[in-house]
Design a protein around this ligand. Sequence first.
Ligand code: ATP
Ligand code: MG
Length: 350
Amino acid sequence: KPVILTCAQPTGVLTIGNYLGAVKNWATMLDDYDCYFGVVDQHAITVKYTPAELRKNTLSCVAQYIACGLDPERSNIFIQSHVTGHTELAWVLSCITPIGDLQRMTQFKEKAAKLGFKVAEGDGADLKFSHEGARAQASVNSGLLMYPVLMAADILLYNADAVPVGNDQRQHLELCRDLAQRFNHNYSETFTIPEPFIPASGARIMSLQDPDRKMSKSDENQNATLYILDDPKVLQKKIMSAVTDSGSEIKAADDKPGVSNLLQIYAASSGREIADIEASLAGEGYGTLKKEVADAVIAMLEPVQARYKELIADKAYLEGVLKAGAGVAQKRAYKILSKVYRKAGFVERP
Ligand code: ATP
Ligand code: MG
């Protein structure tokens, strides 16, 4: 079976966009692929964070994924820091990665800019960072720059055939492929060149407050986002105050992004066709549409929330899952890491 590796940062609660657009589809791949799911806690410390929260979020993240359908009996769920090899391989890869390649990464530039760094476009490969005060300098740490190398190591450590990636990770996967090719060329054939994996297309869910933008878990406007662990009352309130469009017809159309998004959410949550929903709501107002959308979302999330509650209370079960997952992951990781170490010229461990 082809190996698929999926990594997720333990950043808070998933949105229904993550669920409907991604996680639900990952759950359908479990039988056809050898699936590894890594919760990448080592990536999470590249930005300012609170250790106690990271620990809590990491476990919550594992429970959320299982609650969303990632069956640990049919996949390997592990925490990155439990497997020796991610950072080790990242080090070897970093020694074949030009600094300029990392400074060019869009996500790095964006994150650095957010932290108060001005990124000046240089002529050619070199980007100059004009430092804006000591605080900004301290927060743009070298881990943030190295992030894509660690991500490449995450993937190559398992010789993954494919990696599901969203648009924002495409450039990082490209770097990963470059590094794999470079290593294979400089040393000898070692790594599989991973392909981007586009799973059966899930729904693309837009922000409730600005339907031209996608729903994101990091959106500052809490009303824009439906989190899978939101209380039913909260879900309802957010949906009832969603932005709609002028006119009153309930119809998916380009000039009706708000209504289209609500219909999309309704369809994806209920399994019904948009045309069918439009027909059944003909002549009704936006208020009725929103009420039905809320009912559909709440009904969809009810079993997920119930399962999550069970899981998060059962520490022994979660530990068991993580132990088994890390065991399988570690075995595969060691195999590849020792091959890399041998090729790199390190003396074999006695
Ligand atoms: P962040 O705001 O931190 O970037 P996010 O909500 O965009 O969070 P990611 O962690 O970037 O989530 O993405 C996780 C997965 O969810 C990816 O596969 C991505 O394509 C998918 N995804 C994210 N947002 C949506 C959305 N609104 N609709 C459909 N799929 C989505
Ligand atoms: Mg994103």
